[in-house]
Design a protein. Structure first.
Lengths: 345, 345
């Protein structure tokens, strides 16, 4: 019989609330014969304040025993900026080699966008997740003095770029429009830019049915608000991907519905699924958070584990729910309940 | 008697067309007693193809003799990406220490925006222009092999950050709303992020009447499309500034109206003014380019040289022209003519 052994990290702020709803829907959608085992982990600001720990070696070993990880959100104003991001979230992405950071953007019927005229938005960003300026490779000298010099090094390898570019081409090929856009800044970041562009062009030859395009990241932000329909699959580096996926979320329904997967395609380490939004401490504990992004992240998780039909059931339920969402605000658990009913029905 | 000794670089594509209109309006707005001398330089793709030169030492010496530089646009598909950008545009910004890259965004009445509900947009981005990942400090090893490693180094100095942050605070203080937002990614780029954040907080103490805010660059892109009215002055690094100012241009009327100044505040070297748009080879030579951005760049140029009243005359003329712009497309020179008449009138 089948089973899913899931690590659950509620995290901080609204993380707990949205993860609860994610699990509710997961339980509702899974067939009877699939045994779901979950283990909760207490990473985040509270544990850091109590113990100074963000993620120990023992934690990493424990997480490795799971098929996948569901993460709520990490971050709290009580912890200095960067401590949990680098010490927990990025540490996991790097240790578990989550090199495909998958972020779909789809403007569903009935969903509000800040853009005029309800454009057609349906694309996926494949963001590299283990290189670029995210490596922590930097430093500072004469720190705190008027002579301080601080550096950040973007590290890009042929190995790292090729595997994510290849993944993106395969995803583009599997979609009806079969179009892949490379987003970089190869006119300024010429070393990294040449590497990305050359590998992109090389791999393109193996996917002759995929239409390719290139945009500088600055121009890409323009098209994301003026012609979002031009995008199908985008592949880009870690930092550019971070920036454009927040913008993509904003134009396609907001971060309340933006899901993401930190994927290790080989399955060597568990992949991690999380809403794009943060811990939103300002609204935490009030039942105001929209759990849709966490629930859609559960769909990505199911797809990754091979439960395609169940993933689609969740996505269809979300589409139907959003289309019928009235103006009366619902609580976090009301939305979770509604979606659990839909996926079960 | 007063005089302006102007270096004019039409550049590539639509550069020539829009610069011609910029000069037309400049001539029309200047008082009789100001003697305008212009010298045209042929930098860009054509010269590069003919001679292999982008900007020689002699060119730099010649440019230095001027009070300011008006640039159209540089870039052509016939030249490999990066050659003219690094060899001309960025070279000049660095050599002439253009550390304040000024990019105002104002949504004028009657101007179309991709955003719903015609939001109030009136902010200025002060983008650092001489540091960050733009320094060209990077390299690659095992280039072209499966073992290539390519790096890009973001270099940030206390000297460089403090002067641009101070400039931004002064600009914020001079505006009615007196609000300055630092945009960075200090939770990931922690070395550069700490430097920027610490200096920002230190300088803030000297400007107690300026309200301060901080946003990660990814979140900033969200607010630029959902709440652009929250911005007054933004200060940010070279790369983040590049990205968010294209987005800012897109939401506030498009790159047809986005002006910029590459400013050396001390006046040690000439400052350079240019539209944010590129050379747009696809529409070059057809009289289709909107010269408004180049003309607004002339306004920034005049303000920089102390001709405040003339700068305002151009800006008012552009506002009036845009408010009355009908649906009938006008040619590049028709728009220039209309603005020249307005500023003279
Ligand atoms: C919290 C932060 C480290 C993270 C990132 O920059 O990757 C977040 O913005 C994201 O997009 O997942
Ligand atoms: C052409 C390019 C080098 C330049 C930049 O990145 O600064 C442009 O995008 C700009 O914003 O002026």
């Amino acid at each position: 019989s089948r089973s899913i052994n899931l690590a659950v990290i509620p995290g901080d702020g609204i993380g707990q609330e949205v993860v609860t709803q994610g699990l509710k829907v997961l339980n509702a959608v899974l067939p009877q014969d699939v045994k779901l085992e979950t283990k909760e982990f207490d990473f985040g600001a509270k544990r850091y304040r109590a113990t100074g720990e963000t993620l120990t070696d023992a934690d990493v070993q424990a997480l490795k025993q799971h098929d996948a990880i569901l993460l709520g959100a990490i971050g709290d104003p009580s912890v200095p900026s960067g401590v949990l991001e680098r010490g927990f979230l990025l540490k996991l992405r790097f240790l578990f080699d989550h090199h495909v950071n998958l972020r779909p953007s789809k403007l569903l019927p009935g969903v509000a966008t800040p853009l005029k005229g309800q454009p057609e938005i349906d694309f996926v960003v494949v963001r590299e997740g283990t290189e670029g300026p995210y490596t922590g490779n930097g430093g500072s000298i004469r720190t705190g003095t008027p002579h301080e010099v601080a550096t950040e090094v973007s590290v890009n390898t042929a190995f790292g770029v090729e595997r994510v570019v290849r993944d993106a081409f395969a995803r583009a090929q599997a979609r009806p429009r079969k179009k892949l856009t490379l987003v970089h800044k190869n006119n300024v970041l010429t070393y990294a830019g040449h590497l990305w562009t050359n590998i992109f062009n090389k791999v393109a030859a193996e996917f002759p049915d995929v239409t390719t395009d290139y945009l500088h990241v600055d121009a890409a932000t323009i098209f994301l608000v003026t012609q979002p329909e031009r995008f199908d699959v985008i592949v880009t580096d870690n930092l550019f991907g971070d920036i454009i996926t927040d913008l993509a979320a904003a134009v396609s329904g907001g971060i309340g519905v933006a899901a993401s997967g930190n994927i290790n395609p080989s399955g060597e380490f568990p992949s991690m699924f999380e809403p794009v939004h943060g811990s939103a401490p300002d609204i935490a504990g009030q039942g105001k958070a929209d759990p849709t992004a966490a629930i859609l992240s559960v769909a990505l998780l199911l797809r990754h584990l091979g439960y395609e039909a169940e993933a689609v059931r969740i996505e269809d339920a979300v589409s139907a729910d959003l289309a019928e969402r009235g103006d009366t605000p619902r609580t976090t658990s009301e939305i979770g309940d509604a979606l659990a009913v839909r996926v079960a029905g």
